[in-house]
Design a protein around this ligand. Sequence first.
Ligand code: PHE
Ligand code: ZN
Length: 865
Amino acid sequence: MSVQAKRRADYQPPAFSIATVDLHITLHPTETKVVSTLAIARNGAHNAPLVLDGDGLELNAIAVNGEALSEEFYTLGDNTLSINSELDTFELVITTTIAPEHNKALEGLYLSGGAYCTQCEAEGFRRITYFMDRPDVLSVYTVTVVADKSIPMLLANGNPVDKGDIGASSHFVKWHDPHPKPCYLFALVAGDFDLLTDSYTTSSGKEVALELYVDKGKKSQGVFALESLKRAMKWDEDVFGLEYDLDIYMIVAVDFFNMGAMENKGLNVFNSKFVLADQESATDDDFFNVESVIAHEYFHNWTGNRVTCRDWFQLSLKEGLTVFRDQQFSADMTSALSNRIKHVRVMREHQFAEDASAMSHPIRPEEVIEMNNFYTVTVYDKGAEVIRMFHTLLGPDGFRRGMDEYFKRHDGQAVTCDDFISAMQSATDLDLTQFARWYSQSGTPVISVEHKIQNDDNDDVIHTFTLSQHTPATSDQSEKESLYIPVNIEIIDDEGNTYTDNESMIQNGMVILNAPSMSFTVNAENASLTPVVLGNFSAPAKVENPLDTASLLTIFKYAKDPFNRWDAMQTLYDRCIKQIEDAPGCAISNDIWEGIKQAIAQEQSNLELLGECLVTPSFETLCQSRSNINVSALSKARKAFCDQFAQALEQELLQVFNNIDAASYSYTQDAVNQRRCKNVVLAHLARLPQHEGAIVAQFDAADNMTDTLGALRSAQHCNSATFDTLMARFEATWNHDPLVLDKWFALHATQNRDDIFATITMLCEHPQFAMSNPNRVRSVIGSFAFYNSERFHALDGSGYKFVTDYLLKLDAVNPQVAARIVTPLTQWQGFANEHQVLMKQQLGRLLNHKGLSKDVFEKVSKSLA
Ligand code: PHE
Ligand code: ZN
C-alpha cells in the first residue's frame, strides 16, 4: 500500500478562503443531492488552482459565477477537484450525489436506524461535498434540508430561519449559523424522534431553547442528560465566565456512532450510550459518563468551536483542554477524589501502554497517516494532564487569567498549541519554555527517588532526597530531554508528622524537577522518614520509589492527601502480586493483612476512600510496571493474591458489606459511594464459595442497574452454573434494549472459559448484534481483546487469531472501529517473546491483506516496523 504521511512541519496556510457556504441538501437513501454554493476568495497574490477535497462523490455539475464550467478549467483527481480560475473572487456552485444508505463507515452523511446523520470530524465533510476540508478554513453556513414528509424533523447548525412545503410530499427547513466555523463542525440530522425541551437563561439574561432528540419511546431516559446540560452551562459561566452564544442548543442521540459524541455547533450528535440513562437500565458509572460527555461537548463550544484548531496536529489544543474542563466539572459535581482516581487509572492502564508501543506520539503528533487514529488517550488524557499541570503551576486564578487572554486574543480564530502556551505565559512570571516540551516529547517519564541518611559534623541526622528523571526512548523519538515536572511531595514520619526541607525547594507541597536530578535535605532526629512522591499524580509520570511495605502502610495511615493514601495501597498490592509471581504458591505475610485490616478499621466511615482502596490493580495496570510479561503467570499471581485477600480479610469484608444498608436508590454521591464500596467488597467475597448466596440475593433484590451488574460481575468468579443462570435471567429481562445488552455481551466476552470462542460466536449471532453497530462490536470483540487478557493472550495463539479474523471482516465495513480494536495486538512490546511472535504473526496477516484500510494499515505497519 502506498500511503503518504502528513507532517506538522509542512503546514501551509490555505491558498483561498471561503467566506460563506450555502448548502442545499435533498435527502434520499441512495441519491442524496448536495448543491453547494461557495464564496471563494484568493488569499494574497498567487496563481495556484483552488484544490478541493472529495471522497466517494459523484460529481454532477460545476458553475463559476453562474456559468457551467467547461472541462478544461477543472481537474478531477482521486480525492481532489482542482479549479483553474484566474479570478480572485468568485462564486462556485458544485452539485454532487451521495448514497447515505451505503455508508457503513459512519463518516460523512449516513442513514442508520431510519435517521440521517452526519459525522464530519476529522475529515468527513469531503464525503458530503467538495470542499477545503481543513480546520483553518472558517465560513458562515446557511443550510437548507429537504426531505420526504415521512421524515418530520430536519436539523442543522445554528438557528432555523425558514421552513415550508415543496410539492405535496416534501418539505424543507433552512438553517443559518452566524458563527464562522470549519467544516468539521457542520452537522445535519433528519428523522423522527421524541423531543424533550427545556430552556436556560444565561448569566447575561439571554434565553436559550434546549432540545434533546431521542428514539421514540425513550423520552424519560433523556431527562438526566438535559439536567446535566444545564449544570454544565451554569458551571462554565461560574468558573470561566463563558456563556452560550446561539438561541438554540440541540442534542441528538443516535444508535450508530463511531465515538462518544460530537460537538457540532449548536447541534451535538451523541452516541445514545452517553444520553440515555435511568435507574433501571443505567449504572452509576453510566450516569457519571452521561454527565461528563454532555459537559465535554458543551464546553467545546468555546474550547474547540469559538477557538478552533489550525490543523489536526493541534488536536490536543481543543481535546486536552476540554477533557481537563470536563474533569474539573465532574469533580465539582461528584467528588474530586474518585474523579482523580478514575482518570489516573485511565492514564496507567491505557496511556502508558500507548506510549510504550509503536503508536507512541507526543500530545501534539508530528506525523499522521489517518487522522482518525489520533483521537487517542495521549492526545485526550495525557493532553488533559498537561493542561492540569498549567493549572497546578499557575494556580486557579493564574489559569483563569491565561484562559481569558486566550479567548481575548483568539476568539473566532483557528490556532495552535503554541498560541495557547503563549496566552498562559502572559499570565505568569514562570518561564514556560521548557514546560512546552510536554507538547513535543512523547513517552512516559520515570521519576526515581533516592533516600540517603547521614550524620553531619554536629552529629545531626540528615536525610538527603534525590529525585531524578529519565524518559525511556520511544519508537518515534530516540533522544529525550529533561522535562519541567511539578512533583507534589510530602515528607512524613511514622507518626504522621510532616517535615520541611532545609533548602526550601518544597514550595506549597511541590518541588520542580526540571533537570536530570535534584536533591534536598531534611533534618530529623530519631525519626524514619517516608517521601510521598508525585502526590495526586501531579504529572503524567511513573515513580520508582523503593519503599518497604511498612512505609506504604504509613502513607496509607498519615498522608494528608487521600489520593496518596489510595496510591500507596495500589503500590502495596502491586508489590504483593510481584512477590507471588517470583515465588508462585507463596503466602503474603500476616503483617500485610494486619496492616490492611487496620486500614479498613480506620476508614470504616469513609466509604469512598475505603471502596477505592479495596480495588486491586487491574491486569492492565500491572502490565505497566513489568516487562517481558508472561500473561498466564501474571494472571495466576493476581488471582492468587485476590484469593488470599478474600480469605485473610473475610470477616472485615463481610462487616463492611453488612454495614452498608441498601437504602432506596438515588444518584447522589453518598449513595454512589455506598454502592461502589459494597460491590467492590462483594467481588472479593465472590472468591469464597460460601458467599455465593449473597450474590444471588443481591441480584434478586436489586432495584437498580448498578447493583444488578455488581452482582453479575461478582458472579464471574462463582461457579459457572450460577453465572450462566444469572446471565440467562438478565438476558430475558433486557433482550429488548441493546444498550443494556451491551453490558451482558461484555460480561460474556471477558469470561475466562474454555468455550470462549463458541460463546463469542454465539454472541455475534445474537439477534441484537450487528457488525455495523460500533457499540455492539466494542462490547463483544473490543471487550475480549482489551480485557479478556488470559484468553486473548492464550499461548496457542487462538485469541490473537480470532480477533484478527474478525478485524479482517470489520475493516471492510468500518475501518475506524477496526483500527481501535487492533490496539491490544499492536501493544506487544511489554510481553514475553512467545507472545510477541504470535502477535506479530497476526499483525503480518493484517498487513498483507489486500484492500486494508489506511486506518488499520497505519497502526499495523508502525507496529511491525
Ligand atoms: N470531537 C469529539 C469529542 O471529543 C470526538 C470525535 C472525533 C467524534 C471524531 C467523532 C469523530 O468530543
Ligand atoms: Zn472532545
